[in-house]
Design a protein around this ligand. Sequence first.
Ligand code: ACM
Ligand code: ZN
Length: 775
Amino acid sequence: MSKKLLCIMCCLFTTLTTFSQNKEESLSTPELFDFVLLKCDLSSPVESKDAIDGAFKKGLNGIFINNKELASYATNKGMVAVSKYTMSKCQTILDNIKNKTTLVFARERSDGYLRNALLDHCFVALLNDTISGEERWLKKLINSSLDIRTRLINNNTRMVVDVTNKSSIPYHIHITQCDNLKPEQKEVTLSPMSQTTLFLNGDDIKSPQYTLRASIKNAFNTEKKPLEYAFRLRGMDYMVGTESQNMYNIIPAPRSLEEKQGKFIFNKETRIILKDKNAEAPLRFLTDRLTRIAQLPLKIQKSTKNISGNYLIFSRANDPTLGNEGYKINISPEQIQVLADKEAGFFYAIQSLLQLLPPEIYSNTTAYTNEWSIPAANITDIPQFEYRGLHLDVGRHLYPVSFIKKYIDLMSMQKMNRFHWHLTEDQGWRIEIKKHPKLTEIGSMRKETIINRYSAAIPGIYDGTPYGGFYTQEEIKEIVAYAKERYITIIPEVDLPGHMLAALATYPELGCTGGPYEVGTRWGIYDDVLCAGNENIYPFIEDVLLEVFKLFPGEYVHIGGDECPKTRWKSCPKCQSKIKELKLKDEHELQSYVIRRVEKFLNKNGKKLIGWDEILEGGIAPNAALMSWRGVAGGITAAKSGHPVIMTPNTYVYLDHYQASMDISPLANGRICALEWTYGYNPIPKELTEQEAKHIKGVQANVWTEYIKTPEQVEYMAYPRANAVAEIGWSSPEHKNWEDYLDRLQYQFKRWQFYGLNCATHYKSFSPQTQRAQR
Ligand code: ACM
Ligand code: ZN
């Protein structure tokens, strides 16, 4: 991404979404993700806008203000105004922390407003490396800062404790005691954003839990004593990597899996036999993890000659039923036989093998387990759908290249194969177009962003902060290549003729009124769209698409077509004369004319068109594929008329929608779309005959990002629901089972923990019954 990502987020302004294992005590306050951390100077109230600007520049996101007008100025910048009244409620604590920068917990409401901006006694003072405040708030801060994972090694005589400090506060920890275990270290320093590994020894570690008592040297309670803290460590009940029983927890569920006795145990002498060249590139994904994480740099050879120990053998299946993506694996203690006919088949076999290994294999650095083994089984696996997609909108908010790669990586682990990249929007043009550099110079930047949920009755509040950025063509090429290595095709989307405000801000002459226009700063639909009666829009569209074709080698290009109001076209002389000239019935047919003309251009260039279900209105273009998003009706109509269809109904697979009750969720779009509800979705509508159902090519989950500012939040919204969609896309309905999926998901959570994914864990509180009641 270009370095212009201007979203100003103080590093302390952290949404406290955690997957933490160390719930030290249960506080009466709601779950942590309800809170944001404010950094404020509470020593005296600010008296001017300049002072607010200064505090904002310093990275403070909370501010002490007594004046209503100034408070609204600060709020518009996205800061939280702390009033004298609230301050007065916390006087004793404030007396202790005068003149210090102070961290405050503020509870975030699901509609995005900060309520109880200062909860009683919720201050934590921060001065250099020390923090001080009331004990329970210090504990809450520590609890939310540290992610702790334990596992047992050396035949249950050594406990490994990985501690990640996710905050910008350092912790100096003195370990005093841990039940009957002996700590190998006493003093531990956890720098901000760092990771440390502790080791504890015992004769036979078998309790389900251990309590590690420590004193936090740089955290002082109200009696000015270092804080005593008890970390809860999971023991026997969280012995990942040491299961005595074979575990089969593959997601998506394979077509057939026959469990067997025994297991294949890796050792330094284990060999890899590569018989089929198609396995060579995918094999890297296994050997890389075995080498880096398990410290097993296994030798690869072409034949089974001179082999004394166990081995993995990768051979050609010569089985047409496996198709492009199917595979077979036969695992015994002596041998793992992997069979496929295509590279993608071997790649998916390797994803299954990785899931059969202990979840530590997904770590980012060397991991320790009792053994690296794979339970014996015979697996035959073939996907149900050829298209298994996940979408990401980078128009509303954008994310670094490294995150896009992580997103792709996560998809590939669950055998998804299409990444729908929504690259242009009213609120930002995100793809570099060499012929039109202005599109990113002007169209990629918006002057500010709305921060509340507005309506006719509630005016919008804006943050006053420019936001923007785009992906260069070099970055896009890098991402396309990265996806290709993981057998993922990217479907780029250039959304037209609606959702084009960023382009109109760049080239106002392409709109019906001629502008001026500015890049969108609020969410929703804009009336200003490309002028369908203006012949000049076509060379523009074609210039853009020609560069898109060069960057994205896949056969499909998404041209949007959704949410294009006809308001401007109705009163535009050019649009109206186009309707007359072409003898069209109405503006819907005019939109259809635009899409058909773009389709011709795509087809001429060897590409195929895919669009949202609005492309049905006024007549679908002859060769178009359709994405059914407004429920399933569009998909049914298109399939009945023989068009390829991807099902992506907002009622089931819109991952920007809430996944749990709004009371316990950060602000999101739409209604509730809970995990179980999503999992229960069958992409084949029952209205279709067997023949018509063949036109349903797959399923896709969409992640729109109006309320998703950070990569962590994308992860939180997308997972675990994207994982459920992966299973819907790969496994046939007879292999889907909610209870069984939930069991497997618990193991998947462990994999994600090691991998470092900020997934949501409160899906259980929400059943489809509750959801139905809310609809
Ligand atoms: C869409 O959600 N507007 C396709
Ligand atoms: Zn017009």
